[in-house]
Ligand binder design. Structure first.
Ligand code: NZQ
Ligand code: ZN
Length: 389
């Protein structure tokens, strides 16, 4: 661990099939006015809405709602929510949903008491809030993003075709508490379940494939990746397997709550490419990542060969005897590819609605970051997208 860093994560987690009861312990800590945020209606169908509403009522809260937060929440929807939260003089924003709902709640929380335009301030200038932040709590219903224990909030500007994530530096933007009941994710459609599984895996990769030093974060990452692969195979065969789903829920949280980024430059280019695809197609986040991953990793592999060899051996159990480093590294990626196919992930951007004519626009929407083993140029980005078609 050669870097210098601070580590603080104040989110309190309640985990297990009885976790919602702890909402009764959390609610009294906040004022009366609660804004309940949720998505397109899944929580009404599976009964989570009723359970949460009952607890809010028992605790005497004055509740207003922001409903209909869509996957890949838009800036337009954000403006609407800010107005609702302002009018209600929100003391707590309670997000009940997946990453989109949790992200959205955080974006509202930093904007309610802010006079400036949130898109301009937080997503174009990447500034930190200088205002009071409304506390956020989460009841998680979809697993993958890690939004339940981090300070990230991704918003899509449909007009400019930019999907931008701001990972705030201020830990007060992390949810104050998150309720993780693995039973709540059992109603997810298979497509969302596997998209979430790949999102978890890729979050770990984005942090793992960077840096050269011997770093404890990499050993933790390898353990998390092995757990994801193991549980995903069980969950893919039997999505109702509580044990596998609960392990996936827990690994998702630890994959992106800043722990395994410690001491690492971190790459995040798969997410930048995926977010560009998301901005143009509104496709499911995890699938935008699976569709671009292999062309990206095959592009950077020669520059980070040592780490790709380690990945092959420690994550995929590739036997290196008598093989060159290149062969071992390629076998590791091939093993990953076959696991991705086994899950049924989307493996190209064509299936998500992209085509040859969109390549320049996709490259235009891709933010280029410099933490990985090779900083891609614009032409490289176009080539990676072309290889993802
Ligand atoms: O809207 P409803 O009706 O609730 O349906 C949702 C939605 O259609 C459904 N769903 C959620 N829980 C369910 C359920 N359906 C049945 N049963 C349940 N229990 O699932 C669909 C997808 O939900 P969404 O919240 O959009 O998924 P996810 O958790 O993958 O979140 C995606 C968003 O998070 C951002 C992504 O970019 C995207 O905007 N990310 C946030 C990150 C962060 N905060 O750090 C990092 C990630 O890399 C990611 O970028
Ligand atoms: Zn992600």
């Amino acid at each position: 661990m050669l870097g210098n860093f601070a580590y603080c994560n104040p989110t309190k987690l309640y985990f297990g099939d009885e976790a919602l009861q702890y909402l009764n312990e959390e609610l009294p800590k906040y004022g009366k006015n609660v804004v309940l945020v949720y998505g397109g209606g899944s929580i009404k169908k599976n009964g989570i809405y009723d359970e949460v509403a009952e607890i809010l009522k028992t605790n005497g809260k004055n509740v207003t709602e922001i409903a209909g937060v869509m996957p890949n929440p838009t800036l337009e929807k954000l403006y609407e929510g800010i107005e609702i939260a302002r009018k209600h003089e929100a003391d707590l924003i309670l997000a009940v949903g997946g990453g989109s709902v949790c992200d959205y709640a955080k974006a509202v929380s930093v904007s309610v008491h802010c006079d400036e335009d949130p898109w301009e301030k937080y997503y174009l200038k990447f500034e930190e809030p200088a205002c009071e932040i409304v506390p956020v709590g989460c009841v998680l219903t979809m697993v993958g993003t890690g939004s339940e224990m981090n300070a990230g909030a991704v918003i899509t500007n449909q007009e400019t075709k930019l999907k931008i994530g701001h990972v705030f530096a201020d830990e007060n933007i992390m949810p104050r508490f998150s309720i993780l009941n693995p039973k709540y994710i059992l109603t997810l459609p298979h497509y969302q379940m596997i998209a979430g599984i790949y999102d978890i895996f890729n979050h770990i990769c984005e942090q793992y494939f960077s840096g050269e030093d011997d770093n404890t974060s990499d050993y933790i990452s390898e353990g998390l990746m092995r757990s994801v692969i193991h549980s995903s195979r069980i969950a893919n065969k039997d999505p109702q397997d509580y044990e596998a789903r609960s392990n996936l829920m827990w690994t998702a949280t630890w994959a992106l709550n800043t722990l395994v980024a410690k001491g690492k430059p971190t790459d995040w280019m798969v997410h930048m490419l995926g977010q560009a695809v998301g901005a143009h197609t509104d496709a499911t986040h995890g699938m935008t990542l699976s569709a671009v991953s292999l062309p990206y990793y095959r592009y950077i592999m020669p520059y980070g060969l040592t780490k790709f060899v380690r990945f092959a051996k420690n994550v995929w159990d590739i036997d290196a005897t008598g093989k060159t480093d290149e062969q071992v590294a390629e076998e590791g990626l091939a093993a990953m590819e076959s696991w991705m196919n086994e899950l049924g992930l989307v493996m190209n951007i064509t299936e998500l609605g992209a085509d040859e004519e969109m390549l320049e626009g996709l490259a235009e929407s891709t933010l280029i970051l410099d933490g990985g083993y090779k900083v891609p140029g614009r032409d490289d980005i176009v080539t990676i997208f072309r290889n993802s078609l």
